[in-house]
Design a protein around this ligand. Structure first.
Ligand SMILES: Cc1ncc(COP(=O)(O)O)c(C=O)c1O
Length: 313
């Protein structure tokens, strides 16, 4: 049974975002796989197939849908009328949760890192989430570090009411299992290597588990100083009871860490946009694509290889 939307912010569907007010889908359609024609690839003898998860929905791109859908279903099944989750001030995940929650008829609460933002005008990303009905709350840095502890969660749930708590990035066991389909969709493809960007590791964890034994997943870390390998392995353990051996993380292309960029990275992304008409997310996919192009012709990206690259949003 779909819980009735509660009183509060208008949830009837914002103008100009197609499909947002539609009901929660039972399952997701397959995202397209498109070959990229680029002379640098031709010279290196590598074929590159783009897995266009970014095209699945205008407001809830693929890896977000894959991770959120099982969580929204779980919230409904548990009779909870709301989902509470976490993210930074420009979090793609918060916006996606606001949109998906709206489609599901669930209230959403976005807990934002940075108490100093409270009471200030919202940036465009948070304003978009709020316009889709998300209630925003803010945590100082110390509470943020303890955000999943009872001492931080209980006051949040008292303020906003009972909710399914979903971690940052939507990466819990249910979210990781939701990303299994990503690997399964690529299992029949010609790709022997699948590349993706890594933030929390949830996408890589699920994707790798869905691949066949002839395929290998290479994640590019977008964060610095984060134990991404251990976190991804822990997510696989939580979701599937084991770590699959078919993936690794390249930590040489974080460009200074989350949200950081360099002139070389922005120039690469701009050139990619000019050549291919695809705007790579600077925090994630641009870094991973830069890493891929830098490694062309070497190691597992050697001549003769077909690579699939996930564009998650
Ligand atoms: C566009 C984009 N690509 C990649 C990722 C990384 O996904 P994950 O956090 O599952 O590692 C994210 C994170 O949400 C993202 O927004």
């Amino acid at each position: 049974m779909t819980p009735a939307p509660p009183a509060g912010p208008d949830r009837s569907g914002p103008p100009g975002v197609p499909g947002l007010a539609a009901a929660l889908p039972e399952s997701l359609p397959e995202s397209p796989l498109e070959e990229l024609a680029d002379e640098r690839l031709r010279r290196a003898g590598v074929r590159l197939l783009l897995k266009r998860d970014d095209l699945l929905h205008p407001a809830v791109p693929g890896n977000k849908w894959r991770k959120l859908l099982p969580n929204l279903v779980e919230a409904r099944a548990a009779g909870l009328g709301a989902v509470l989750t976490f993210g930074g001030a420009y979090s793609n995940h918060l916006r996606a949760t606001a949109a998906a929650g709206r489609a599901a008829g669930l209230r959403t609460v976005g807990v934002v890192r940075g108490d100093e933002l409270r009471g200030r005008p919202l940036n465009p990303s948070l304003a978009q989430a709020a316009s889709w009905g998300m209630e925003l709350d803010f945590l100082g840095r110390a509470d943020w570090r303890q955000r999943e502890s009872a001492s931080v969660l209980e006051p949040l749930l008292r303020r906003h009411g009972p909710a399914l708590v979903v971690p940052e990035g939507g990466s819990n066991a249910a979210g990781v299992r939701g990303c299994l389909s990503l690997g399964q969709e690529l299992a029949e493809s010609e790709a022997s290597v699948v590349c993706c960007s890594v933030g929390t590791g949830g996408t890589l964890a699920g994707l790798a588990a869905g691949l066949t034994s002839r395929q290998f997943a290479l994640g590019y870390g977008a964060l610095r100083h984060a134990p991404l390998e251990a976190e991804t392995a822990a997510l696989q353990l939580a979701a599937f009871g084991r770590r699959t051996g078919n993936w690794r993380i390249d930590d040489g292309h974080h460009f200074g860490g989350y949200g950081r960029t360099t002139p070389a990275l922005t120039a690469f992304a701009q050139d990619f946009l000019t050549r291919h008409g695809i705007a790579l997310d600077l925090s994630y996919e641009a870094k991973a694509m830069f890493g891929l192009f830098t490694g062309l012709g070497e190691g597992i990206l050697r001549r003769g290889t077909t690579v699939a690259f996930l564009i998650a949003g």
